[in-house]
Design a protein around this ligand. Structure first.
Ligand code: LLP
Length: 411
């Protein structure tokens, strides 16, 4: 009982009390867990000069960014808006890496004007960059190593058909442009996908990067992207960060010797840092039995957590209103007018109307992918830090939905 109850308390605070205090649906983040993950990553790579560039898109609340700053990470941003958020919380431009895909050159120029380094991911933009800046602005080049890796097709981005990065097969073309414009390339980058388990995948990416790096004279860092897999369910195999740390650091040190200069090793994790810290608390609106299935219908859905529908992602769910008694098999569904199954055929302690269900692993790509679909309001966000709860985003209001929609005169 004691142990079970522990599961629903974070930093001494009961999740059910938070649901009561702030209402549902509610995103709750464990700030201490985030700091632990940052430390874990730092320790795994303590043999080399490693920099963390937190993937802002995973969870971009400004208070989470502030916590990252406190933990000593930098950030990776994928839009000018993310850059501005990061600067808003005090990140210096030089702590921000901008890794855009298919954005306009205007947006790239805006980032450069803010003093942020750009990670260029296609040949036309590399040429524009050369024409505009020559060798006056340092840059990073994103290469696509053609490695098929990652949890599923939608999050595998390093393969040959992917829209991301410049094909490694086009390296000669890149080198011609670099020479023609005398570009100051100080970093090379690869990111193969999300939910990667195997150290070998990172090593394979590293080998490709090392080979390419030999062609560049002024590098200061190599960026291996993100993608470490976290546990989504009990018993899941996860990335062994220490094994990756050891293997990649060794290979990196050997390469640096060969290159003749100490380089920095960069990573841009999102999920590893913030996935497990997050819980989406939802309330049971109805328990509805059909001849085949017992559905638990909750006050949330794909509008708040898209991952189960978009990637068939597995999220553990717990009935935190019922700590003991028999279990039954339920299918947890949302209130959206779509088939928004959050968790199918799961054993939960007997659920009744009003019970609070915690959806785990909701920190990464949860709120940041949420929408107003069905004109529903987005949830509030709470950060737990040093045993205290902080409201870090107000629940949306109906006025927020109406905002920006002027009523025009159609007469
Ligand atoms: N760096 C780059 C260039 C990326 O594109 C991404 C993720 C990351 C780093 C961080 O990857 P992570 O460590 O979080 O796996 N919404 C999907 C994941 C999409 C990831 C997109 N890029 C999901 O919920 O599974």
């Amino acid at each position: 009982m004691e142990i079970k109850e522990q599961q629903f308390r974070i930093q001494g605070l009961a999740l059910s009390d938070l649901a009561q205090k702030y209402g549902t649906p509610l995103y709750v983040y464990d700030g201490e867990k985030i700091l632990q993950q940052v430390e874990k990553l730092k320790t795994a790579f303590s043999e080399v000069t490693m920099r963390i560039k937190y993937a802002t898109k995973a969870l971009s609340n400004i208070n989470i960014l502030k916590l990252m700053k406190k933990a000593g990470t930098g950030v990776d941003a994928v839009s000018i808006e993310e850059i501005k958020l990061c600067m808003h919380v005090g990140f210096q431009p030089q702590e921000i890496m901008y890794t855009p895909n298919c954005v306009s050159f205007e947006e790239i120029k805006e980032a450069v004007e803010l003093g942020v380094m750009v990670n260029i991911d296609n040949i036309p933009m590399l040429e524009h960059f050369g024409t505009e800046y020559g060798n006056t602005v340092p840059l990073c080049v994103r290469l696509n190593p053609h490695i098929l890796a990652g949890g599923n097709a939608k999050i595998s981005v390093g393969h040959i058909d992917s829209k991301f990065g410049i094909s490694i097969l086009q390296l000669k073309h890149v080198l011609r442009i670099v020479e023609a414009y005398n570009l100051n390339v100080i970093g090379l980058h690869v990111h193969t996908g999300s939910d990667i388990l195997d150290a070998e995948v990172f090593l394979k990416g590293a080998e490709i990067l090392f080979d390419a790096a030999k062609e560049f004279k002024d590098l200061r860092f190599l960026d291996f992207g993100g993608g470490f897999k976290v546990a989504y369910k009990i018993g899941d195999i996860t990335t062994d960060i220490h094994e990756i740390g050891k293997k990649v650091s060794n290979a990196f040190k050997t390469f640096c010797k060969e290159y003749g200069r100490e380089l920095e090793l960069w990573f841009e994790p999102g999920k590893f840092l913030v996935s497990e810290c997050g819980y989406l608390l939802v309330k049971t609106n109805v328990v509805k039995s059909t001849p085949a299935t017992t559905f638990v219908g909750v006050d949330s859905g794909l509008n708040h957590l898209l991952r189960p529908m978009m990637y068939d992602a597995y999220h553990d769910v717990v009935n935190i209103s019922k700590l003991d008694g028999p279990e039954r098999v339920y299918t947890l569904v949302g209130y959206i007018c779509e088939t928004d199954t959050i968790a199918a055929d799961r054993k939960l302690k007997e659920v009744k109307e009003g019970d609070i269900i915690a959806i785990k692993n909701a920190g990464a790509y949860g709120y940041s992918m949420a929408s107003n679909y069905n004109s529903r309001l987005r949830p509030a966000e709470i950060l737990l830090f040093r045993g205290k709860d902080f409201l870090i985003r107000e629940r949306e209001s109906f006025e927020d939905i109406l905002r920006n929609q002027p009523m025009v005169d159609l007469e």
